[in-house]
Design a protein around this ligand. Sequence first.
Ligand code: UDX
Ligand code: ADP
Length: 487
Amino acid sequence: MDHAPNAVATPIRSICCIGAGYVGGPTMAVIADRCPHVQVTVVDLNAARIAAWNDPDLSRLPVYEPGLDAVVGRARGRNLSFSTAVDAAIAEADMVFISVNTPTKTRGLGAGQASDLRWVEACARQVARCAQGHTIVVEKSTLPVRTAEAIRAILAAAERESEGPTPSFSVLSNPEFLAEGTAISDLEQPDRVLIGGEDPAAVEALAGLYGAWVPPDRILRTNVWSSELSKLTANAFLAQRISSINAIAAFCESSGADVQEVARAIGTDSRIGPKFLKAGPGFGGSCFQKDILNLVYLCRHEGLDEVAHYWEAVVTLNTWQQHRIARLVVNRLFGTVTGKRLAILGFAFKADTNDTRESPAIRIAGDLLEEGAQLAIHDFKVPAERMAADLGLEPTPPDAGGGPGAAALSGEGAWWPAASPEEAVAGADAALILTEWQAYSALDWAALASRMRQPAWVFDARGVADAAAVQAAGLRLWRVGQGESAP
Ligand code: UDX
Ligand code: ADP
């Protein structure tokens, strides 16, 4: 059903992106910024999200990304718009990006591993219904291998069933490699742009768009399946590196080595390289776990049990690392945290984002709540409502006098949002650093220690605290991959 080059509407004049999330919003903002001659409309069913993208106050965009406000500020109202009118935007577009969520299935066949393609399928049907003329459909979300085939089948049916002028479609895979927190620079200076497709004219139309700012040798063309699988493989390799260094971190702690020294030493081997070797509380984010579980599911489906098992171990180690940290906190605090106040510094899955999807903080805080701890949680960007939804527990503050709330007395776990690290540590027996926010490496530990209940601990799961300052303040310190040091 793909078309000969002369059947394709090139160059692209009008783009519709379905899904105004972490991927769709920033990606389209950069395309609009770099291609002022192309009309870009980002649509979403979620009216509140669209309203936030249209907020005149650029500090209130629904996605926090350094530099995003400037890009949106330049393009919005010129050739970038955000709307809930999905059908109309599809009808006007030469090219439709599908950038909707593909979470792991929670029920039915493949539950817990396979990706839920419900939203992608709904989009494909909507495109089939509304598209006019020739439309290039680009799968942009992280999608399991062979999704393009499903999209293609739905669109092909539309070609057959059409009563009016026959619509026609080309399907491309164009996986997103942006990382949150650096999305704008990843988009503006990508290591590579990957375009998978069987219709050369459609591939060139998309390559032409990126060509406005990406050097030609960084635009890679592959077949659709290779493109889809490359996305899963890249994330699987990256996640594997983190589980590998976290595994070594645990061994360092028990054997007296220092994981930061080991990472530096191995990172100088040009075959290994220095990036992605930071030990921590385990990886989070919307992609790594989902993509690996998806790979595991697909390998099992192909009868490759050993391969599935190999990749599954990356996730198992990651989950273990999170439970391990919660467990060691309990152990160091004399075997119990029931009724004790602990400060959680950082709830986002990494610094410079407000995203908490699969954040290690959720599992670690969850384990501590289960043990009856009283958590004061601080983050620079995550709102309290998000924390409550992730923890499945509404906040209950300490009593008005700052004493233990009713939950503490009953032995139940409880939490409340703290407006600053200073507020979080008040009366706490320990502070846990779970996100590597820059500001956490410059905390005034002498001042913080004076607010804590002694003997107090700092558990630095990111290895970012100023160790000398922590110890000089008379605090006990545990650091991931380095273990414990007394003041
Ligand atoms: C990732 C991929 O990097 C990106 O290419 C893909 O498109 C989407 O998934 P993202 O999830 O935004 O991006 O963040 P990333 O920077 O990769 O970090 C993922 C997790 O790994 C975070 O929780 C981070 O804290 C953790 N991490 C990363 C480490 O623990 N150590 C490291 O050295 C690097
Ligand atoms: P990602 O990280 O992949 O961008 P998000 O969950 O942040 O994922 O964003 C996906 C967006 O897609 C959500 O805002 C959701 O409302 C939107 N969405 C899902 N299905 C549809 C659909 N059929 N039409 C329009 N928007 C959709």
